[in-house]
Design a protein around this ligand. Structure first.
Ligand SMILES: Nc1nc2c(ncn2[C@@H]2O[C@H](COP(=O)(O)OP(=O)(O)OP(=O)(O)O)[C@@H](O)[C@H]2O)c(=O)[nH]1
Ligand SMILES: [Mg+2]
Length: 191
């Protein structure tokens, strides 16, 4: 039997608790899908969490995924708070996760296009790199010729750009230009 410690970490209201609930249902661990809006999920159990519809403390739930043969996987799934006031709860979780492949940092408010890049998120990327995080850091939102080098310099290595690419007349040249400017910003940061 394998054990997998999974955590769902994201900004406030991203849908972490709702996703947790869905995974529990799909895995057969619960019979009815709980709802944040009704206040009856399996991980938001504090009275205040149910009343406000937000997660305040991290909570773990476990389910088993049957495998071929006898090697079932037991998943310990941790639902974390997204509100910045409860960041300590999230930091505690980082110590028990088995692996992190990619961290997505949103550089606009999720949900609609055409917003301006929020430079304050660059500090999150730097903090991760300073903590020794070596896997992918992806940045999504407001990336263009001016902001992309700043992200690369901070330590971002995966970039999501929409209007800056699809609004350009020559996609190939635009993408090549972005790649070159990211590479030179990274080289400058290392020097
Ligand atoms: N339309 C839509 N709404 C969703 C989806 N997932 C969650 N929501 C709604 O978004 C709101 C926030 O969902 P939560 O699951 O509480 O989000 P969260 O990331 O756990 O929030 P915090 O724990 O407070 O950070 C609720 O009103 C949900 O009903 C989705 O896939 N689609
Ligand atoms: Mg939640």
């Amino acid at each position: 039997m394998h054990t997998l410690n999974l955590g769902i970490l994201a900004h406030v209201d991203a849908g972490k608790t709702s996703l947790t609930e869905r995974l529990l249902l799909e895995a057969g661990a619960i019979a009815h899908l709980g709802s944040v809006d009704r206040g009856d999920t399996h991980t938001d159990t504090l009275a205040l969490e149910r009343e406000r519809g937000i997660t305040i403390q991290s909570a773990v739930v476990s389910f088993r995924i049957p495998a071929h043969g006898d090697d079932d996987v037991v998943v310990n799934l941790i639902d974390t708070p997204g509100h910045p006031d409860f960041i300590a709860e999230v930091e505690r979780v980082l110590d028990v996760l088995d692996e992190v492949d990619l961290v997505l940092v949103m550089s606009v408010f999720p949900g609609f296009g055409g917003q301006k890049f929020m430079p304050e998120v660059l500090g999150k990327v730097r903090a991760l790199r300073e903590r020794g995080f070596e896997r992918h850091i992806e940045m999504d939102g407001g990336l263009n010729a001016a902001t992309l080098p700043l992200c690369a310099e901070a330590g971002t290595n995966v970039f999501v750009a929409g209007s800056a690419i699809f609004g350009a007349s020559d996609l190939r040249t635009t993408i090549q230009g972005f790649r070159a400017s990211a590479a030179s910003a990274r080289a400058g940061a290392r020097a």
